[in-house]
Design a protein around this ligand. Structure first.
Ligand code: FCB
Length: 396
């Protein structure tokens, strides 16, 4: 039985800085009125040893981070050996500190050339992704946990967000009231066609990784913890399937499924009800629902028919670290209860290690570690030591 993983998660674009060849970088430059810029981010591209050291010193035994396709293949077919070596050094730095690396291959960002060329809908997309996965596999031989695609169900919703890339899409959005926009976003269902493409990409990547590495391979799904309002069970079933279950079914028979959970939302006859303003809402405007983790875990376990679970993200955007501890402590109680009920949960990776770039916004702080974005000085918060103590003792 391998050790339970207690760790923290990050993604490359959110922490590294100067991810110049990615489509997200381009989006930030083109629409500064909509998105803050990632810029230097946290300079973790250079400071990863310090980040890893802080997590290890606190007592955590796992670190989830991603490798950035846009750096490894900045132009089509031009693979950078130096960037692959960089990510191998990150893996080694994690191992040297006695921690288990969990490596993500795709976390929302694409190389610019890939996006400009039609992105995932282009018929060449999966072959292109596979070429990248083959290159990545050369540094992953001894990595035990690999995530192919992060939150395909959220990515598949981004076809709405992709509209921000065209003047036409932005004009259509400008005519909507904030309420309409929230409703439209909530009612939007992840694009099935895009979801199916990502599922094919996951399966193809799995074949490559299984032959080239000894890794456990899975993808991660954003658990929505949807709840029906009375009389709306049919709509609930429809939305839950479209948003979540069709992605979980892809994980049936996989080595693991990554479950990511933050909040819960109710469904009425018009679909997902946007979070109502409430003083307890978090800095992302989400309802404070630490119990969502239990709901997401149980749904993943049922739908995948018993695929082992790795909690790859769970956390809260708050300026109040005591609240982070309270939220996480309650979420962990729900995890322990699920384990008592027989769910096979292999680890808990908190989102996030650091206060990072939250996809166009710097205000929602999810980190166990604060970062001064001028000096890049890291300051661990009490929640890091608190989670580290749980990691050491195995119990909250
Ligand atoms: C998830 C993303 C992660 C972060 C958290 C808050 O959807 O995977 O990058 O943005 O939400």
């Amino acid at each position: 039985m391998t050790e339970f993983l207690w760790g923290a998660s990050t993604s490359p674009h959110q922490i590294e800085g100067n991810n110049l060849n990615s489509d997200w970088w381009e989006r930030e430059q083109r629409f500064p009125e909509m998105f803050e810029r990632s810029g230097d981010a946290l300079d973790s591209y250079h400071r990863y040893r310090e980040d890893i050291g802080l997590l290890a010193d606190a007592g955590l035994n796992a670190y989830r981070f991603g490798i950035e396709w846009a750096r490894i293949e900045p132009e089509e077919g031009q693979f950078s050996k130096a960037e692959l070596a960089h990510y191998r050094r990150m893996i080694d730095a994690t191992l040297e500190r006695g921690m288990t690396p969990v490596v993500t291959l795709h976390h929302f960002t694409n190389p610019r050339w890939f996006a400009d060329d039609g992105g995932w809908r282009d018929p060449r997309a999966i072959d292109r992704f596979c070429r990248y996965v083959e290159a990545a596999a050369t540094i992953l031989a001894d990595v035990e946990w690999v995530v192919t695609v992060n939150e395909p169900n959220v990515y598949a919703l981004m076809s709405l967000m992709d509209n921000t890339m065209s003047e036409e899409g932005r004009a259509a959005m400008a005519d909507l009231s904030v309420d309409d926009l929230l409703r439209a976003q909530a009612a939007a269902i992840p694009d099935t066609e895009l979801g199916d493409i990502l599922a094919d990409a996951h399966r193809a990547a799995k074949v490559i990784l299984k032959s080239a590495t000894s890794a456990r391979v899975g993808w991660t799904v954003a658990g929505q913890a949807f709840e029906p309002t009375p009389g709306n069970e049919d709509e609930f079933a429809r939305v839950k399937d479209a948003w979540e279950d069709r992605y979980l079914r892809v994980s049936k028979g996989d080595d693991f499924v990554g479950v990511q959970s933050y909040t819960s939302q109710k469904i009425d006859s018009r679909g997902v009800i946007p979070h109502a303003p409430h003083p307890d809402n978090t800095l992302t405007g989400w309802a404070y629902r630490p119990d969502a983790l239990g709901i997401a875990l149980r749904n993943a376990w049922n739908v995948t028919e018993g695929t082992p679970i790795l909690i790859t993200e769970n956390g809260i955007a708050t300026n109040d670290d005591a609240r982070r501890i309270a939220y996480t402590s309650e979420a962990l109680e729900h995890m322990f209860a699920a384990q008592v009920d027989g769910l096979d949960v292999r680890g808990y990776l908190h989102w996030s290690a650091l206060d990072n770039f939250e996809w166009g916004h710097w205000a929602p702080t999810f980190g166990l570690i604060a970062v001064d974005r001028t000096t890049f000085e890291r300051t661990p918060k009490p929640s890091l030591a608190w989670l580290g103590d749980i990691a050491r003792s195995g119990r909250a």
